[in-house]
Design a protein around this ligand. Sequence first.
Ligand code: SF4
Length: 391
Amino acid sequence: MSDSLGSGPVPVPPPRVLPTTLRQRLAELRGPTVAPHPLDARALAALAANPGCRRRALLDGAGVDKAALATALGSPAPFGQSQFAFMRGNAFEAKVKADGGTELMALLTDLIDSSAPSPLPGEVLVPDLSAAGPEGRTARTALALREATAAGTWALLDHPLFALEVAGSPAYLEPDAVVVRPDGRWTVVEIKSFPMIDGSADAAKVGAAARQSAVYVLALERVAVLTEGAEVDHRVLLVCPKDFSNLPTASVVDVRKQRAVTRRQLARLTRIEDIAAALPEGTTFDVERRSGEELTTAVESVDAAYAPECLAACELAFHCRGRARADGAVEALGRSVRGELGGLTTVEDVLAAARGEAGDPSDPTVAALRRAAALRAEALAGAAAVRDGGA
Ligand code: SF4
């Protein structure tokens, strides 16, 4: 398969096994007794959205629990899912996949493949994907995909596991489901608990689901290039509750654009060994063994690239925002404002340039700031004159 957005699947080597020394270093960074926090597709999509942030790349690559770290820093994460929402989501997902995925297959054939009849109950293979450890589950998933594709049958892979190398470290990704069709096409299925009302859902939530699904498609393509007759569909089936019921409905989301962007951004990430090598000796993010002050020093030893978008995507957002504001960094105002301000990197520099106390007047940014300051002073003077005249 090829397309104009991202040039289709490319042969990608399997994720490398990390050298022992790097594995030990990453274990030291998160704490020797702390299990690595898994990197999921949501986190990867957020990482890809901010590839300039070495701090996030290192913490995610080392498997540090950023929510626990943010709490230890005194700036707890601003988001999370309630237990009730979690249980409701699980119940909905179980309903969608019930009876060997009969209803799911009907939604899929209706929206993606209306020419093909939906498989009858019992015609869909649901392979057992259980195995020991992530490597075992990844291998089991790849085998199930190969077998179903070779057999030319319908198959529903419930919570398969794929590996994707990110910044030199393997990340394991688990979509809600992947459907194999008899013609060898593989389709990612994403099941969400937000409603689809009159056939459409919240655009921001659909966008986030599309970015997440694009990561799954990238990981699935790794397996597809090694499987004869397989083709990964760039259209993802998004299943949501219909209106305000718990009946499933679905729409098809084309993720070619998100896939191309994510692939490009992930390739730009600095390798974690390079970031780790630049850290001061003895640095660790172990919340069990370090005080808040020591953790702050450790976190600040890695460069960040804060932007207001972090507030919706990263557990350390409150901490990084506080630091950016304290430093007067213009990044705290947003990427577009940062881009407009050229070489002026702090709010203090910007105000000084606007007041005419600093900056090169021939610089278009400085000239624009002075013009804006003059207009503001004029408007304020006019408002004061009206107020005084009316008094
Ligand atoms: S909140 Fe901080 S660590 Fe997270 S992505 Fe933004 S700048 Fe990086």
